[in-house]
Design a protein around this ligand. Structure first.
Ligand SMILES: Nc1nc2c(c(=O)[nH]1)N[C@H]1C(S)=C(S)[C@@H](COP(=O)(O)O)O[C@H]1N2
Ligand SMILES: [Mo]
Length: 233
């Protein structure tokens, strides 16, 4: 696929391909359960578990977008397919809410325990997907099997992989991070909201030096690391 001519957000540089990246570092991806579900919890009248087979029967959506990690790399022209988060919300979450509930955030969790909260405005935006396919194939374990959140207008750290749990909240979750690595509650890429306290431009160089070591560690836990290490012929 040729490089798109789309502009990148401020402070981002293009990478070749789409590296596995994240806080799992050298750990392999979590196993996918035999009958995976998305558990819906929080301010719902009754807890519910939506089987992914039922998710698949909702109206489908496809987007082509670039993916931006807060550390400064961007993967371009990724074709995601799945169910728009808004469709999932209207069909599954909204009917389960108690009347009069005013939802402010959705906290997403992956099978590896990774969590991120997204404001309700941001998560209901047009380009937010619960993705099942990437570039025409089911998501592999490197990129979030069986399903992941994709919100291309927000930094990668809100794009929770291996999505298995959504918690419906009526207030912002308590801050559990330290001052140095404090995520921004909106993390919009075009506004360069890299950090919760400091301007994005200021933290750019500090995040940038993390790319190489994190990429190397994540590659250790990657699915295809043995084939990747074989010299090209
Ligand atoms: N479950 C889970 N989701 C995650 C992460 C993680 O460690 N675990 N890392 C986040 C970060 S910081 C980034 S940049 C992207 C990386 O997505 P990729 O591995 O598909 O490139 O996933 C995000 N979602
Ligand atoms: Mo990231």
């Amino acid at each position: 696929m040729g490089h798109s001519t789309r502009k990148l957000p401020p402070g981002q540089s293009r990478v070749e391909g789409f590296p596995r990246f994240g806080t799992h570092l050298s750990r392999p991806a979590p196993p996918v359960p035999a009958d995976p579900v998305i558990a819906v919890r929080g301010v719902v009248a009754e807890d519910l578990d939506l089987p992914l087979t039922a998710l698949s029967s909702l109206p489908r959506k496809e987007i082509t977008a670039d993916f931006h990690c807060v550390a400064g790399w961007s993967a371009t022209d990724l074709r995601w397919e799945g169910v728009s988060f808004e469709t999932f919300y209207r069909a599954v979450v909204k009917p389960a809410l108690s009347p009069g509930t005013s939802v402010t955030h959705i906290k997403c969790r992956g099978l590896d325990g990774y969590e991120a909260a997204v404001t309700i405005e941001d998560i209901l935006a047009d380009d937010v997907l619960i993705a099942q396919n990437l570039n025409g194939r089911p998501l592999d374990s490197d990129h979030g099997a069986p399903v992941r959140l994709v919100s291309p207008s927000q930094y990668g750290y809100l794009n929770v992989k291996h999505l298995c749990h959504v918690e419906v909240l009526t207030r912002a979750p308590a801050i559990t991070e330290g001052v140095l690595i404090r995520s921004h509650p909106r993390a919009r890429v075009w506004e360069e909201e890299r950090h919760g306290l400091l301007p994005g431009r200021v933290v750019r160089p500090f995040y940038r030096v993390l790319i190489r070591p994190i990429r190397m560690l994540c590659a250790l836990g990657a699915r295809d690391r043995h084939t990747r290490r074989r010299p090209p012929r």
